[in-house]
Design a binder for this molecule. Structure first.
Ligand SMILES: C[S@@+](CC[C@H](N)C(=O)[O-])C[C@H]1O[C@@H](n2cnc3c(N)ncnc32)[C@H](O)[C@@H]1O
Length: 335
């Protein structure tokens, strides 16, 4: 979905056939991580016998997997031994720049996306609500939050530049998860103190990934997100939250966020903002079906829609701040 084909293509059947079969590459990567192949091969080339012994897998099935992984440049063969290429090593958990968590997250969604026709027909999510996943399948939910942190490490470094916070102060990161974006802001802005507000089940991942941040238990579904009357913040960050919710909910979330600001305080929305026609930018358009299938009422929203929620909260939005990446910042100050 990352390739921009908005030029309409050329009527080339081979190119469309490549798109039809491109699922095989994702499936092989998901399978390799699922059976533990990169972890076992990392720094330790093996014969097929040694590999199946370590993984407890079938020789013909494993050779099939290896054949595909060699084709896609993730494994190489030297005599009777197989090793990871430099790209394949990134799928090993022990690699310092590992993206294995991202592969696990996408494997979860790979299976979910088989239900995309149902999501399109009904408009309903095809997975359980996040709160349910966090409470009843914490291992998978924690891996999801770890993957978001790894995605932020890869792609999310633009928030400090886009938000351009003028000075330090107290920042509340609503639904901050692993704390990835607060951590980037903390590193960039002198005198900033950042607190992540999230459901209690998210706290272990925050402590593991960003122990430099404070955590408070809260609930986006509650008035003031569960924070006490009179508490005020210089910045309230709402990062990657609005795409998880329907429009009516977002109006309430933005209003509650604005209500937590001190006079002169600033609301910072970091979000995948789609153009009016809902087909560009390509990175945001291709993200939109994921929100439809993942979250009840999930969608990507336009600058006008987000601006409308900000105005109905009594603030005036600044013009959108968009960098080369798909995620933009919309800020608004409390008078
Ligand atoms: C898409 S993630 C975004 C995480 C982070 N803000 C980021 O930009 O990477 C959504 C976050 O909202 C949190 N969340 C979901 N429902 C919540 C609720 N009712 N109250 C508080 N946090 C919630 C999740 O635990 C998760 O950390």
């Amino acid at each position: 979905m990352s390739e921009d084909r908005t030029n309409g293509g050329t009527g080339d059947a081979y190119s469309v056939a490549d798109q039809i079969t491109s699922y095989q590459q994702s499936a092989l990567i998901g399978t390799a991580v699922e059976v533990g192949l990169p972890a076992v091969l990392y720094g330790s080339p093996k014969t097929l016998d040694e590999l199946t012994g370590a993984l407890g897998t079938d020789p013909r099935g494993t050779m099939g997997l290896l054949s595909g992984l060699v084709t896609f440049g993730l494994v190489e063969r030297d005599g009777d031994r197989f090793s990871l290429t430099a790209d394949g090593e990134l799928l090993a958990d022990d690699h310092p720049d590992s993206i294995a968590m991202i592969a696990r997250k996408e494997w979860f969604f790979y299976k979910l996306w088989a239900n995309m026709p149902e999501a399109v027909r009904t408009g309903h999510t095809q997975t359980r609500a996040w709160r349910d996943r966090l409470e009843n399948d914490p291992e998978q939910a924690h891996d999801f939050l770890r993957a978001l942190d790894d995605l932020c490490r890869l792609y999310g470094g633009d928030l400090p530049g886009l938000a351009d916070l003028e000075s330090g102060g107290r920042l509340l990161d609503v639904g901050g998860g692993a704390g990835s974006h607060s951590a980037n802001l903390l590193a960039a802005v002198d005198g900033l103190e950042a607190t992540v507000l999230d459901l209690p089940g998210a706290e272990p991942v925050l402590r593991e990934r960003h122990p430099e941040l404070s955590f408070v238990e809260g609930d986006i579904d509650q008035p003031r997100f569960g924070r006490p009357e009179g508490e005020e913040w210089d910045y309230v960050l709402v990062s990657n939250i609005l795409h998880d919710h329907p429009a009516g909910e977002n109006e309430r979330i933005v209003r509650e966020a604005a209500g937590l600001l001190a006079p002169g305080g600033s609301l910072v929305i970091y979000e995948w903002v789609i153009d009016e026609g809902r087909t560009s930018p390509a990175g945001v358009a291709s993200f939109t079906p994921m929100m439809v299938i993942e979250n009840e009422g999930g969608y990507t929203w336009t600058e006008a829609e987000i601006g409308g929620w900000i105005r109905s909260a009594g603030l005036e939005p600044r013009p959108i701040s968009q960098g080369p990446g798909p995620i933009a910042v919309i800020r608004a100050e409390r008078a």
